[in-house]
Design a protein around this ligand. Structure first.
Ligand code: ATP
Length: 291
């Protein structure tokens, strides 16, 4: 099947195109470090009419959204619009919240996620959280943990060295930690800890990487390193990131989904959503009015 073209979704009646103010004046196009994806990757996931409620509170309302391999999809929108709920629904983490209920469908490679054993699903769709959360064990064991969980619990350390090294290399951390693998992970810097969490997520060889504001607790240098890393990883994965940082979304996203009060208001290539938004609400948000 030919890859689907990049297209835009504008929910609600399309408004007159509006001129968006620059992104708080901080993000000239030249800041974009790498070309955006050509949009040729296969579709990895999709939600169809996804609705999630916490009791009476509808947090995500009727959202249909594709996720493509080789791309970074950024979920943006004002606080409380449902970004994290949507992200956590993709690997069924949201089900762990008491009172949460879901309607609609989520598919991974055309398979309904409800039919995939949940541990397997969470290996295929790994998640990295806002606060780095390494386990209280060594750097090596943090990454090896994911491998041991995959059924090789009794495998000797020597057999895990190559995959641990590979995951740390992919997470851009190997050179910094290779002589210190037995150091407690909790003694690393915040930025290193977050990259370790990414390495741990990658060790499970996921198809989709979910990132929930992964840089919000980090300094600018660590943020730049992780943004570069996300752009590298996008070659082999589908990446979905929730971010409040519009400059970050502009820098790294190939496509952007703007949510408001649980609804998907606008979705499309990042440049279009930021520079030529079709919806007044999107224009107001990317212009810094909301949020
Ligand atoms: N456990 C919960 N129980 C009840 N309501 C919840 C729960 N978690 C989230 N909500 C509500 O669901 C809505 C969406 O929340 P969510 O955290 O998904 O939004 P968000 O866009 O990620 O917000 P933020 O940007 O502030 O993290 C909000 O109104 C929130 O108050």
């Amino acid at each position: 099947m030919p890859p689907p073209p990049i297209r835009r979704i504008v929910v609600d009646a399309p408004h007159q195109p509006v001129e968006a103010p620059p992104l708080n004046g901080h993000v000239p196009a030249a800041k974009r470090a790498r070309p955006r994806s050509s949009g040729q990757g296969p579709q990895r996931m999709r939600t169809e009419a996804l609705t999630i409620a916490y009791g009476e509170k509808v947090a995500v309302n009727n959202v249909s959204l594709p996720v493509f391999q080789g791309e970074v999809l950024a979920l943006i929108g004002p606080s409380g619009c449902g970004k994290t709920t949507l992200l956590r629904s993709l690997n069924r983490l949201v089900e762990l919240t008491p009172g949460a209920a879901r309607g609609g469908k989520i598919a991974l490679d055309d398979a309904d996620v409800d039919g995939i054993e949940v541990t397997t699903l969470r290996r295929q769709i790994s998640m990295v959280f806002q606060q780095p959360n390494p386990f209280p064990m060594s750097i090596f064991d943090n990454v090896a943990y994911a491998l041991r969980e995959q059924g090789s619990r009794r495998v000797k350390r020597a057999a895990l060295e190559a995959p641990v090294r590979e995951a740390l290399t992919r997470a851009g951390l190997w050179d910094e930690v290779k002589d210190d693998l037995d150091r407690p992970a909790l003694r690393m810097s915040g930025g290193q800890q977050q990259r370790l969490c990414i390495a741990r997520a990658l060790a499970a060889r996921p198809e989709v990487l979910l990132l929930d504001e992964p840089c919000s607790a980090l300094d600018p240098r660590s943020t730049t390193i992780i943004e570069e890393l996300i752009l590298d990883l996008r070659e082999e994965l589908a990446v979905v990131i929730v971010t409040h940082n519009l400059q970050q979304a502009y820098r790294i996203a190939d496509r952007v989904a703007f949510m408001f009060l649980g609804e998907l208001v606008e979705y499309g290539p990042a440049e279009e959503v930021f520079e030529r938004p079709q919806h007044t609400r999107t224009a107001d948000y990317v212009g810094g009015v909301f949020g």
